[in-house]
Design a protein around this ligand. Sequence first.
Ligand code: EPZ
Length: 420
Amino acid sequence: MAEQTLKITGGQPLHGEVCVQGAKNSALPMMAAAMLCKDACVLHNVPQLTDVWAASRILNSLGCSCVLRDGQAEIRTDGIHSFEIPDEDMRRMRSSIMFLGPILGRMGACTLTMPGGCELGPRPIDLHLDAMRKMGVHISEQGSRILCRAEGLHGARITLPFPSVGVSENVMMAAVLAKGETVLTNAAREPEIVDIANFLNQCGAQIHGAGESTICIQGVKGLHGTSYTVMADRIAAITWMCAAAATGGRITVSGVNPADLEAALAAMESAGCQLGISGNRIYLDAGRPLRAVRYLRTMPHPGFPTDGQAIMMAVLACAEGTSVIEETIFESRFMHVGELLRMGARIRISGHTAVVHGVSHLHGAELSAMDLRGGAALAVAAVGAQGETLLHGLHHIDRGYENFAETFNSLGGKVQRILF
Ligand code: EPZ
């Protein structure tokens, strides 16, 4: 069966300006959170992504109505009649686990299946289920189905073993209508958590401390609807800046809060890029040649984001010197390395560490994307490489980037979407 492939001709420095899309990792949980509201919510700046369509499908299968139109999601929940997440949706999008909290919060019950292993290693949901048990949810298994039932959720004191983004979001969403107070410690501090808390508070929730390690949620009786604009996607911003850096170009990304990607900006600066910031515009002028970054470690926010790891590696593959990159968040997030080697990169993996010896340039090759950010990294490497690249597995990239090829071309790149 023909598959969507990118034909990329590398070698031109990219320059221009990109207005960054809405954040996938805020829009998705926020669409789920809208289920907690009695009346309609309108979300603006929702990126047009296959994962957003999948979230819309789940909402509609539960009896809500979700209409996606020109970057807006209009969500009504008065018709809600089910608390079962369809199995094919759980398997299609691992992050559909973020519906667990809102469905429990609204319905007091939820049936789901294991999200299944994926490109980043196993995607366990043990911490999600542990947290829900603490709020009064009884969980049993029936084959691959997980039955969650509660006679009303109650507040709890929950300490996470590590600051999981998804678990922090599920606890917040389950707690807003629970009886009493929930105190979540060692919570994730990602900007997307703050965005969802702001949305829920605008709907009448009582959430304090989002963005810090301790979040307090006072349960309230009900939430009204609201209209809310999703924050900009900091990982998309990093992607476009790295594309400019990999081609020795210049770029301005706008609409994004520079404070949301400080660790990534610091890494780009230490690689020799000149940066300028004014308001929500970030300007990058790539150094020529780029310098290796001695040691880069992915960490929970505000550390260097795991979602930027592959993308930054694509840039450092052609930096002068040796960079050491340690991936501490996901079990296996080096799928892109084998493909970079096919382009002439010199990278050695040992455990969760990649040692990148910079080469003068990469050459085009026939590649396969195996996950979202790894795919984006291969496209970044290809625009900076000499010659032509065929990048298969575009469906991974379409999960997280809207207008992926068009954006490269608006910056002077030569990227064509073809059926192969
Ligand atoms: C969110 O995933 C993001 N997804 C990911 O972005 C991002 O990489 C990740 O946070 C870390 O920042 C969305 O927001 C939709 P975690 P999440 O729970 O919530 C383990 C992208 O490319 N874990 O903070 O799943 C898990 O195995 C995606 O946009 C458990 O062990 O991440 C992994 O090693 C990729 N048990 C780590 O935690 C659990 O119950 C992930 O941390 C839950 C997670």
